[in-house]
Design a protein around this ligand. Structure first.
Ligand code: NAG
Ligand code: NAG
Ligand code: NAG
Ligand code: NAG
Ligand code: NAG
Length: 263
């Protein structure tokens, strides 16, 4: 019995940082504050930890990229609650975009917004709204530089530099019965957002990197995007069918990283 407890405690230490299963965390894996080659498949990767929590309170990533040395700008959103049911502990959202296939300097700004409420205890009045805080970094595209390395981006010596945001799903306010259409509780409006604790839990190994990269390529090929080297026709149609089924411009490469920590 004691031995088992000890073993369990030890495996927790060896295995991971303590995972708070009520915390949804989003880590920006790529791009970083770095220089990349222009590419018709420019990778943008987020890691979502505890994605199953995303079913509630409509968490959404909004990202806006503005060219600093020009007038290009683009905005995209990803609704995390629209992902398929996911019991894995980490899911990667990856996107190979053609938007940065030219040289430039860019400001990359993103936020993680969610439904919030604030409760006026005296009047029992509830205010609902969205809440978020944005973070930014700058990246550059330049001919002849080396492409982003998905594995290195989550290496032990760089993972803690990832921009990350979190939602603490334990931070709930009980709603009065008059708000029953919304549900029994809502996510309280925080004075400060919780600090993400585990950016280093989201690891991309070389086989995961290869499948993300293949998925990005097959989307681009299915759309006949110029400048992309595509696999042979037979594997191409097979691959694009699998990946397109996963939905839209975003490919959700589900990973069961570290599920043993939650077991
Ligand atoms: C980005 O990288 C440059 C050059 O490596 C460095 O000078 C700058 O402080 C970095 N900025 C951030 C926000 O990390
Ligand atoms: C943006 O810049 C390009 C070239 O740098 C120019 O051709 C275009 O007219 C500009 N567009 C706007 C809206 O300023
Ligand atoms: C997800 O699970 C819920 C209930 O747990 C179910 O109603 C829904 O159909 C599932 N959605 C998908 C996409 O599997
Ligand atoms: C970078 O490469 C692209 C495509 O090969 C080319 O069109 C462009 O002129 C290059 N830019 C510079 C500054 O050399
Ligand atoms: C690589 O990561 C995937 C999940 O992302 C996992 O299923 C696989 O077992 C890992 N491979 C190795 C060799 O660790």
């Amino acid at each position: 019995m004691y031995f088992l407890a000890l073993l369990l405690a030890l495996s927790q230490i060896l295995c991971c940082w303590a995972i708070d299963t009520r915390m949804l965390e989003v880590d920006l894996i790529l791009p970083r504050n770095d220089t990349y080659p222009p590419s018709p498949i420019f990778p943008i990767i987020f890691a979502v930890q505890n994605p199953s929590l995303a079913k509630s309170f409509q968490p959404m990533i909004t990202l806006q990229v503005e060219q600093v040395d020009g007038n290009f700008s683009t905005i995209d959103t990803f609704k995390l609650w629209e992902s398929s049911n996911d019991t894995s502990s980490t899911r990667f959202l990856n996107w190979g975009t053609s938007k940065f296939d030219f040289e430039g300097k860019f400001r990359f700004t993103w936020d993680l917004s969610m439904d919030r409420c604030s409760l006026d205890k005296e009047t029992d009045e509830v205010n609902f709204g969205r809440f978020s805080e944005f973070q930014s970094l700058y990246f550059t595209t330049k001919n002849g530089t080396s492409p982003a390395d998905f594995v290195a981006a989550t290496d032990d010596d760089t993972c803690d530099k990832a921009l990350a945001q979190a939602i603490n799903y334990a931070d709930l306010s009980k709603l009065p019965a008059t708000e029953s259409t919304y549900g029994p509780s809502c996510l309280a409006e925080p004075t400060t957002l919780p600090k993400p604790t585990n950016p280093c839990n989201a690891k991309i190994n070389s086989s995961a990197a290869a499948s993300m990269s293949a998925a990005m390529t097959s989307i681009a090929c299915a759309r006949d995007r110029p400048g992309v080297t595509c696999p042979t026709p037979s594997s191409r149609s097979a691959a694009s069918k699998t990946h397109l089924k996963m939905g839209g411009a975003w490919i959700l490469a589900t990973a069961s990283l570290l599920t043993y920590c939650l077991a």
